[in-house]
Design a protein around this ligand. Structure first.
Ligand SMILES: *Cc1c(COP(=O)(O)O)cnc(C)c1O
Length: 723
């Protein structure tokens, strides 16, 4: 970063001198994946820690000075404090990393990673779902490996919406306002001592955006924010929310992210040789970079060729209608100045993003990204095939298998998603250095050494924690005096800590088919209420506020949940977020995923579950098609595309019930030892841990991005450094 840019960690706290470093720890999300770091805050006062939503900045401001004084004089606390601060300082020091050891000649490189959303922690709610969590996990892994990477995105001061479900099962949305002073957001100042801003030109005006910094371990994440007095009221709202339905807001946001993002990096003195667009939302960055070169006298063709060589594009959307696109009148309105400057005709410009749709032509962001990137990938093997077919029209002279889109299957960041007690178990049985070898299959074969009794004790502990969490939420909701008794039951007061528990949590998009298990309702009721082998299912997830079919799906599930015949064994938890996701993926026994193949590009929550000893029951789509080996979980349906969706639903639901009735439920409840340990179940759990943990970690994923996508850009001789 440019030496003249000042970053000032706000001096927010009055901390006893002996524990003063809690302040800098609060302003770096490193603690999110280092449980001892988290414990430094939480152990001061667990109640306040929960009240502030696990946000250390708000926590240190709120907690009583007397409690801070108490821990500053507590020998045990100080011992932990000194150890953690030392770990943190060692991690952050300019010492050797995996990357610097392996690529010493590339230490001065820069990689920029653009994403519309980043899911790093529940206390920084600037994410909506899977795409954001993947971006967040990517940054954390890049930090652990020591990659020279910076993130670019938005700080949405209203985040995504909060969800409430009415008594009738209808989703209502609320707004949560993010307090910047209470968040781990670091202001940046330019050479002139003023807040660092960039501007972009939108029709008839300039819009300014402030640049904030969030520190994610070693990685800097720069977030843009238009809520500034120099902008009109409407423009101040531009970065208020994720995924607006208003196309003018959307295109303005994407211009800001792409073009403004490049300008922000320039001001920061960062000169990336790799530009990674995570989804098409940021693809306008390519235009800004071409404009930079054209303004210096390079021809359009030459500029575009150079930009292409250093652009990386990751697509996540296997459904044509799901791809981000704009009507051409909006392109006219926002870009007529740009094509003139590039020396292009309107037609040539529109060609960059042109896509035929049933309602006419549109300008499609993934098309723009594909036209202007030499390196493109999908996020699972099957998604790679689907994407090559879907985008074949851009390379009409090529066979489908020659379309230049590879795949890098998603992964999850182990430290973020792993339960603390499981981590202790791995430390004991896989060796002290197990976190250095996360993607090594030989390491994970050592899970065979974990005694069944210990593994089972941890699994039971995690399920009890989940049930307690659910109970507490239900109690609080009931105490609020705003819910009907039936809603308290739907909130899960009847959950049992010893029953086989299935989790289903994700966005409520119709293709995810949350209602697949309701298809034969009598069969489901019979299955879950068997007094000898009870089963309980926990649902959670939000529907996009404009997605009426998605909201109807929630209502359908909620009505089943409230039905007295289900005996309180079906539960719907409101307001799914990363905190709830952790309880669920760590606490249930089975993770169920029932997308309509091949619409799930990858999916990641099943990976989080697997890492914690949860078994997957999933459609042969996305990651599970690669993960399933016949012994490490269960596959719903065939490894083949269906012709008719209705028939697909029918046969998938039959397959789902069959697995549950004939295999999963009996396996869980039978073959118990005299100590009541289900040995056959645990054999499967160990097979799942052994095979899935190394393969579906971001350790494997980010090293593949480096190998296949980043290194070709970094080692290209044609890179011209901009001064
Ligand atoms: C992991 C995660 C997701 C993504 O889930 P999928 O399995 O990809 O559907 C969405 N939301 C939250 C809060 C998550 O933690």
């Amino acid at each position: 970063m440019n030496k003249l840019i000042k970053r000032e960690i706000p001096n927010n706290f009055s901390l006893p001198r002996r524990i003063i470093r809690l302040g800098s720890l609060a302003y770096n999300l490193w603690w999110v994946w280092n449980p001892e770091g988290l414990n430094l805050f939480r152990s001061i006062n667990k109640r306040v820690w929960d009240e502030v939503g696990h946000n250390p900045v708000a926590f240190l401001k709120k907690v009583e000075r007397s409690q801070l004084n108490a821990v500053a004089n507590d020998v045990d606390y100080l011992e932990m404090y000194d150890r953690v601060i030392k770990q943190f300082d060692t991690y952050m020091a300019d010492g050797p990393t995996w990357f610097t050891a392996k690529y010493p000649n590339l230490v001065d490189s820069e990689i920029a990673y653009f994403s519309f959303e980043f899911g790093l922690h529940e206390s920084l709610p600037v994410y909506a779902g899977g795409l954001g969590v993947l971006s967040g996990d990517h940054l954390k892994e890049a930090s652990d490996l020591g990659l020279p990477l910076s993130g670019i995105g938005f700080i949405y001061n209203q985040g995504y919406f909060t969800q409430r479900i009415t008594e009738d099962g209808w989703q209502e949305t609320g707004t949560h306002y993010l307090s910047f002073e209470d968040s781990p957001i670091i202001p940046l100042y330019g050479e002139d001592g003023q807040p660092l801003t960039v501007s972009i030109e939108l029709p008839g005006r300039s819009v300014f955006a402030r640049v904030w910094l969030v520190q994610v371990g070693r990685i800097s994440l720069y977030l843009l924010d238009t809520n500034l007095p120099s902008n009109s009221d409407a423009d101040r709202q531009l970065t208020a929310r994720l995924y607006s339905n208003d196309l003018e807001i959307r295109i303005s946001q994407e211009i800001l992210l792409g073009m403004g993002g490049v300008r922000a990096l320039r001001k920061l003195g960062i000169d990336p040789q790799v530009w990674h667009m995570n989804e098409g939302h940021s693809a306008f960055l390519a235009l800004e970079r071409i404009l930079e070169m054209v303004r210096e006298g390079t021809s359009y063709a030459e500029s575009a060729a150079r930009v292409r060589r250093s652009n990386v594009f990751t697509t996540h959307t296997p459904v044509p209608a799901g791809n981000d696109q704009f009507p051409l009148w909006l392109i006219d309105k926002y870009f007529s100045g740009v094509w003139a400057e590039l020396g292009m005709t309107r037609d040539e410009f529109v060609d960059l993003g042109r896509q035929a749709t049933p309602w006419g032509e549109s300008f499609c962001m993934p098309v723009l990204a594909l036209h202007l990137s030499d390196h493109a990938n999908a996020v699972s093997e099957l998604h790679g095939q689907v994407s090559r077919r879907m985008w074949n029209f851009l390379w009409p002279e090529r066979r489908t298998d020659e379309v230049p889109i590879k795949h890098i299957t998603n992964g999850v960041h182990t430290g973020t998603w792993l339960a603390r007690r499981m981590r202790v178990l791995y430390g004991t049985y896989l060796g002290e250095d197990w976190m250095d070898r996360l993607d090594d299959p030989a390491l994970w074969s050592m899970v065979q050494n974990i005694p069944d009794s210990e593994l089972w004790a941890v699994r039971r502990h995690l399920k009890r924690k989940l049930v307690l969490y659910v109970d507490n939420r239900a109690r609080n909701a009931w105490q609020s005096g705003t819910i009907h008794p039936a809603q308290a039951l739907a909130d899960g007061v009847f959950l049992e800590p010893y029953s086989l528990t299935i989790g289903f949590a994700r966005r409520f998009a119709t293709y995810k088919r949350a209602n697949l298990i309701l298809r034969d309702y009598e069969r489901l009721i019979h299955l879950i209420t068997n007094p000898d082998m009870p089963v309980q299912i926990i649902f959670a997830g939000k529907a996009h506020p404009a997605d009426e079919p998605g909201k109807l799906l929630i209502q359908q599930v909620y009505r089943a949940v409230k039905d007295s015949r289900s005996g309180g064994r079906l539960v719907f938890l409101e307001d799914y977020d990363m905190n709830m996701a952790r309880y669920l993926v760590q606490g249930v026994d089975v993770w169920m995923n029932t997308p309509r193949r091949p619409n799930e590009a990858s999916g990641t929550s099943g990976m989080k579950a697997a890492l914690n000893g949860v078994l997957n029951l999933s459609v042969m789509d996305g990651w599970w098609r690669e993960g399933f080996n016949g012994l490490n979980g269960w596959a719903i349906g065939e490894d083949a595309d269906a012709v008719d969706p209705n028939q697909q639903d029918e046969s998938d639901s039959q397959s789902l019930y069959d697995h549950l009735e004939n295999e999963i439920v009996p396996l869980y409840y039978s073959n118990r030892t005299t100590d009541d340990i289900p040995t056959a179940w645990l054999t499967r759990v160990k097979e799942s841990l052994r095979t899935l943990s190394p393969q579906f970690s971001t350790r494997r994923m980010v090293t593949e991005y480096l190998q296949d996508m980043y290194l070709p850009c970094l080692t290209s001789k044609e890179i011209v450094r901009q001064e």
